[in-house]
Design a protein around this ligand. Structure first.
Ligand code: ATP
Ligand code: MG
Length: 302
């Protein structure tokens, strides 16, 4: 992990490294956090070798672009501000992580992953085949893998502490966790952002199949604020609308590490350490990430 002058490393997830101002003991006491996206790629909960060159930058660019698109939704970004949350002149993002770092206001994060699904796929499809529900929400009969849902559904998960698996929870459970008003706001905001983002993606020939948001409360005002990464290929499934419409085996190929997952499934029995990714798989994955960002941010007007 990169050493950054003036910053202390506070936490690393599978993909991102978080830093707080030097002298601050931990994230809880920090007014701001530097979130650095690495090139690490994970699949089936393993961090793989090697990373995908440029991935960290692409994820950061995508998040920043989406925050900008979502005008009116309060977000955690401090980058670009001339003063930081403490009223001091904002420190520039260190050169070593320029392009793949966001400077954000530290929030009291709600322990909820706000998942929205517009399509039946993945774990949702598995559950549907068993019980005709997704996260307990009843759905019409006769849906197929990858079908569009009658309307997007909010299926929250409990954000498990470090390393543990997130667990799907009911809306009622989110009420117990954060109270009725906040639970209601998280659902409303998540569905609203999903609808807006889907419309923007659709104009670029992309389907936003599902995604996950995280929110936190502003330390001083309590304002519910959109945090973390947003609508990236790590947090979302995007499909190509034309490929989807044409049907066929690739119609649900997502713009993320699908290529990595497919290769691993074919070349690894999921015991022991995963094998190193071949150069062509790395290159194809990097190209796929770039394609998404070009499609989304490259053209089209709103
Ligand atoms: P993993 O992705 O490896 O399963 P993770 O989600 O904990 O684990 P990252 O996504 O790399 O790891 O780390 C980002 C962390 O920062 C998350 O725990 C997220 O909740 C938290 N976070 C995001 N935005 C803010 C913010 N503005 N203030 C405080 N914490 C934040
Ligand atoms: Mg995360």
């Amino acid at each position: 992990m990169t050493e950054l002058a003036g910053w202390t490393h506070a936490y690393s997830g599978k993909v991102r490294d978080l830093y707080v101002d030097m002298g601050v003991t931990d994230l809880e006491h920090a007014r701001r956090v530097l979130m650095v996206a690495s090139d690490r790629v994970s699949a089936f909960d393993y961090v793989l070798e090697p990373g995908i060159p440029g991935k960290g930058e692409l994820l950061t660019t995508l998040s920043l672009w989406w925050f900008d698109q979502l005008e009116g939704i309060p977000n955690h970004l401090l980058s670009g501000m001339t003063e930081d949350a403490t009223g001091q002149p904002a420190t520039e993002i260190p050169d070593a992580v320029q392009g793949r770092a966001m400077l954000a206001r530290t929030l009291d994060m709600f322990p909820i992953e706000c998942v929205v699904r517009g399509y039946l796929v993945g774990s949702g499809w598995l559950e549907y085949q068993q019980s005709q529900t997704v996260c307990g929400i009843p759905l019409p009969t006769g849906l197929q893998n990858g079908d569009r849902l009658p309307e997007p559904i909010y299926t929250p998960a409990f954000k498990a502490p470090m390393g543990a698996h997130d667990e799907n929870i009911s809306f009622e459970r989110t009420v117990e966790l954060v109270g009725p008003e906040i639970a209601e706001s998280l659902r409303t905001l998540s569905l609203e952002i999903f609808r807006r983002a889907s419309a923007i993606a659709a104009k670029r020939g992309l389907i936003l199949a599902d995604t996950k948001f995280e929110f936190g409360a502003h330390h001083d005002t309590g304002l519910i604020t959109l945090a973390d990464e947003v609508l990236t290929s790590d947090s979302s499934r995007y499909w190509d609308a034309a490929t989807y419409a044409a049907g066929g085996p690739n119609r649900l190929d997502s713009f993320d590490k699908q290529i990595v997952r497919n290769w691993l499934s074919a070349n690894w029995d999921k015991t022991g350490t995963p094998p190193e990714l071949p150069a062509e798989i790395v290159a194809q994955t990097a190209a796929r990430y770039r394609e998404l960002i070009e499609r989304l941010t490259g053209g089209g007007t709103d």
